[in-house]
Design a binder for this molecule. Structure first.
Ligand code: GLN
Length: 380
């Protein structure tokens, strides 16, 4: 039997590879993005309580309504968006599933999807699984600035979607209101949809505010906006997120969602619904993570790595080209083995493997670990 791969160039994700190596050699794992601390005790208790009370069977396909109502209230407060929880909010099994579903619901074979690379590694395979063609606008260190004039030139009659991500993984850059307005203007009069990945919405620093697609009515009208509870409540393993989109887009999104997972975890949804009453949990996140970013930069100050500016996310980039000629994957593997700190090579977020000798380290970790990582890398 001959198997024809739909994703011939895809192997195991870099997150699995680097976390695997870190575990194998006992290194500090700053590669895959996840916190090494637990979600709030109360939130954990709520899941158990809801299980005991019987939230153990399928949640409704779009998610439990009270949680969707809570999300609508939050989005009004944060972004001034007036949303209908019935027809514009769908709870998903995490951000990655929401992204896949948003792409699969609209992209047909031969349709073009514009990606701004380096980007989260699921975007391109999601496009290609459904027969779409990824069209790349390649950003460069040190500032990874988007040239919207160049992006506009990539739009053809075949363009179905533009994928954006702010704050952006892995670069730590953000799109500001003027970027969002440029996207809004650029797409006016076209049928191009936008997948706006905003899973790091609260991880934004130095007093900047998150410019959500929800804040720009003409942009929102063509957008599927993706969020994650995992990033906000320190529980990436609970795999719960949501997609916000206007009713006509949500209708199509749900057609695929219902046959993709049917519905998200029920006890987690019930717990998040209760826990979201306490707004301080997410309103305090920018300060919480800014403090971690600054602590980590301090811990790395004695190393010879050159940090790039991190305006958001829980990822800090470092240039190492002045320390080694090695490609970034080899370099990451070597420092994991020899210095006991695992990171992610940024080339793995580019389709063409563009290697500018930059690595990504995750600072969603306790201070003892960040301090130890800094000390270990001082020897390099
Ligand atoms: N989003 C996380 C990261 O970029 C990892 C997600 C995953 O492992 N699939 O590190």
């Amino acid at each position: 039997m001959q198997i024809q791969s739909k994703l011939p160039n895809v192997g195991t994700t870099i997150f699995t590879v680097m976390s695997g190596l870190a575990n194998e050699v006992g290194a500090i794992n700053l590669s895959q993005g996840f916190p090494n601390y637990n979600p709030a005790q109360r939130l954990q208790e709520l899941v158990t309580e809801h299980m005991a009370k019987g939230a153990n069977q399928y949640a409704p396909m779009p998610g439990i309504l009270p949680l969707r109502e809570k999300i609508a209230r939050k989005m009004e407060r944060m972004y001034g968006a007036i949303l209908d929880p019935e027809s514009e909010i769908t709870i998903t099994a995490g951000g990655t599933q929401a992204i896949f579903t948003a792409i699969a619901a609209f992209v047909r074979p031969g349709d073009e999807v514009i990606l701004l690379e380096p980007c989260y590694d699921s975007y391109r395979p999601s496009v290609e699984t459904v027969g779409g063609v990824a069209v790349i606008h390649s950003l460069s260190a040190p500032d990874y600035k988007v040239n919207w004039g160049e992006v506009a030139k990539l739009i053809t009659p075949k363009t179905k979607m533009l994928c954006i991500n702010t704050p952006q993984n892995p670069t730590g850059t953000i799109l500001r209101a003027e970027d969002m307005k440029q996207i809004e203007d650029m797409l006016r009069g076209t049928n191009v949809l936008v997948m706006s990945d905003e899973v790091y919405e609260h991880l934004i620093f130095d007093g900047e505010t998150h410019a959500s697609a929800l804040c720009f009515p003409d942009l929102y009208a063509r957008s599927l906006v993706i969020y994650s509870f995992g990033k906000t409540y320190h529980n990436t393993g609970w795999k719960t997120g949501y997609c916000i989109a206007p009713p006509e887009l949500t209708r199509e999104f749900r057609k695929v969602h219902q046959f993709n997972v049917f519905s998200g975890n029920h006890p987690m949804q019930a717990a998040f619904n209760d826990f979201m009453e306490d707004e301080s949990q997410y309103l305090g996140l920018p300060a919480f993570y800014q403090q971690k970013r600054d602590f980590f930069l301090e811990a790395m100050a004695g190393t010879r790595f050159k940090p790039l500016h991190c305006a958001g996310t829980y990822f800090q980039l470092f240039e190492y080209g002045h320390l080694s000629d090695e490609g970034d994957l080899d370099f990451c593997k070597r420092i994991t083995r020899e210095y006991g700190v695992a990171g992610i090579p940024v080339s793995s977020f580019y389709s063409d493997g563009k290697d500018q000798k930059v690595i990504r380290l995750c600072f969603a970790k306790t201070e003892d670990l960040l301090e130890k990582a800094g000390k270990a890398l001082e020897r390099l």
